[in-house]
Design a protein around this ligand. Structure first.
Ligand SMILES: Cc1cc2nc3c(=O)[nH]c(=O)nc-3n(C[C@H](O)[C@H](O)[C@H](O)COP(=O)(O)OP(=O)(O)OC[C@H]3O[C@@H](n4cnc5c(N)ncnc54)[C@H](O)[C@@H]3O)c2cc1C
Length: 513
């Protein structure tokens, strides 16, 4: 078995080594150890499948209470999605709020989260994460995590909270990871936490009575081995890097590839295989308005448009494939716009405008000059221009008569001073000066909404709603829908992953899950 951290080997591991997974490999080589045999005889108090956002705090808390912990990760380095995540978090009663003079409570955070997602989050799980969010952020702060003086804020890109409880570090998720690795390091050095990198969990081991007692792991060379443990924590993330599974579980294609590449949904399958059940795929909701790099799915995200009415009131029209408008373009609620896009064919729309708008409106792409945007119309597969609306529609794949009718109605009502049928109030210009332009925008997401069902102690539930003994879960494996609902509540994935990891680490070490 490669890259097993033995007690002695741990002493020489650096933080950089932990990040890159090289420390473990080098130490083993130096020892000339034959870890497989010794390893097979070991029995851990806690095996954590996935050394990422939820798994690392679990390991830290369990080890701090004297548990012997094994962290298995399929990737060659620890950290999981924290390597790519924006790392925005939210919590009430934080030191960051205190220094800004903001009063807040977990109860208010809970109510606000459920307001934003219109009560589509799981109430028990939402209550649990909002109750423990503040202490989790304070724990990070105590160990060196910091943010800019201008924070916390109400919101950023998602529907804002009613108070300032939302924050992130300039380095994003990596700033969180830095703190976690610093806290993990002494436990690894002391042999309380052992690491098994580049090794995937492929099956859970169960007794006849149904208790999970371990996991079968497979290394990069396909060699398998059993690992025995009193408790197993599934923290292997979601499936937002697995297009086929994503579509199966959500009924929606994975339009954009932006997740941690190891988010293949293997943890979900392990849970299912052990008798667990999945739910929450129907809570899928796409983010509004990004331009993909290519026409196929999943595509890479190329750039985003500045479609926030409060920072840039819209000059353009938004139409679906039928050429119909579907939302007032000056709608301020991010959540409202995401819900409207959810009903559109292919979860896509086109931002349509004319030559006068391109020449005179504030930049549609934050930070781009007019010349730069014009240039992209020459070669980008999602940007179209044509002398007439009908030819624009044909090039872009929009219904031509629908588009012509929508633009004509918008112009006529605007010029007559009549009310807009969708309630739009900001109507600076008519769209009547060719050439015309269309930018295709795709609803997209970074996370999987489907996840394993758990009880309010985070024990994985079987088909009868009974906890599977020995098996708990934390992180995106619970499904974004559990903590964020059908919507994007700020920080509703990173914060619960960290908070639940900590909770379970402490509880499982005490043997009371
Ligand atoms: C680009 C991006 C930006 C985001 N921004 C935000 C944000 O600002 N705020 C927010 O709240 N959420 C955000 N999210 C979501 C959030 O970051 C994730 O939901 C969260 O980090 C997931 O934590 P996790 O512990 O469940 O998974 P991870 O952190 O991904 O950890 C899972 C670990 O399991 C490992 N693994 C997978 N399969 C196996 C296996 N079979 N055996 C062993 N190990 C395995 C993986 O390698 C990984 O290390 C973002 C997501 C992305 C992709």
């Amino acid at each position: 078995m490669k890259r097993i951290m033995t007690r002695a080997a741990g002493a020489g591991v650096t933080r950089r080594g932990l990040l890159q997974g090289t420390g473990a490999a080098l130490s083993l080589a130096a020892l000339g150890a034959t870890p497989s045999r010794a390893f097979a005889e070991r029995r851990w108090d806690l095996v954590i499948i996935g050394g990422g956002t939820a798994g690392l705090p679990a390991a830290i808390e369990a080890a701090a209470r004297g548990a012997r912990v094994l962290v298995i990760d399929k990737a060659p380095q620890l950290g999981g999605t924290l390597h790519v995540s924006t790392g925005q978090m939210s919590g009430a009663g934080t030191v960051f709020q205190a220094r800004a003079g903001i009063e807040d409570s977990a109860e208010a955070h809970y109510a606000d989260a459920m307001r934003i997602n219109r009560n589509t989050g799981d109430p028990a799980i939402t209550r649990l994460w909002t109750q423990h969010a503040g202490e989790t952020l304070n724990w990070l702060a105590e160990h060196g995590f910091d943010i800019g003086e201008d924070q916390p804020v109400y919101g950023q890109a998602h529907e804002p909270y009613e108070t300032r409880r939302y924050l992130w570090a300039p380095e994003g998720g990596r700033a969180i990871l830095e703190v976690l690795l610093r806290l993990l390091e002494p436990h690894v050095a002391a042999g309380r936490v052992e690491l098994m990198l580049s090794t995937g969990a492929v099956e859970l081991i169960k007794t006849r009575q149904g208790r999970v007692t371990g996991v079968v792991v497979e290394d990069e060379d396909g060699r398998r081995q059993d690992v025995q443990s009193a408790e197993v924590l599934l923290a292997a993330g979601g499936c937002a890097a697995n297009p086929r599974m994503y579509e199966d579980l959500h009924g929606v294609p994975l339009y954009c590839q932006a997740a941690w590449p190891y988010s293949q949904g293997q943890g979900l399958m392990l849970g299912l295989g052990a008798g667990g059940q999945l739910h929450g795929g129907d809570r899928y909701l796409g983010l509004f308005g990004a331009v993909m790099a290519d026409t196929w799915t999943p595509a890479g995200l190329d750039f985003s448009l500045g479609l926030y009415a409060d920072s840039r009131p819209p000059w353009e029209l938004y139409v679906n494939v039928h050429g119909q408008r579907f939302i007032r373009e000056d709608e301020a609620s991010v959540h409202e716009r995401e819900l409207a896009l959810d009903d559109q064919p292919g979860h896509r729309f086109w931002v349509v405008f004319d030559e006068a708008t391109l020449a005179n409106a504030p930049s549609l792409v934050p930070g781009w000059s007019e010349a730069r945007l014009r240039e992209r119309f020459e070669d980008h597969p999602m940007l179209f221009s044509a002398p007439t609306l009908a030819s624009l529609a044909l090039r872009a794949g929009i219904h031509p008569r629908g588009l012509e009718a929508s633009v004509a109605e918008y112009n006529a009502r605007r010029e007559a001073g009549a009310a807009d049928p969708l309630g739009r109030e900001y109507r600076p210009v008519s769209l009547d000066q060719g050439p015309y332009y269309a930018i295709q925008c795709q609803g997209w997401t970074l996370v999987s909404f489907a996840g394993l069902m758990v009880d309010d102690s985070l024990r994985v539930l079987d088909a009868d709603g009974q906890p599977i003994p020995g098996l708990t879960a934390a992180g995106e494996i619970l499904g974004a829908g559990a903590t964020s609902g059908k919507g994007y509540v700020g920080g509703a994935l990173v914060t619960p992953a960290l908070a639940f990891g900590r909770l379970l680490g402490a509880r499982l070490a005490a043997g009371s899950a």
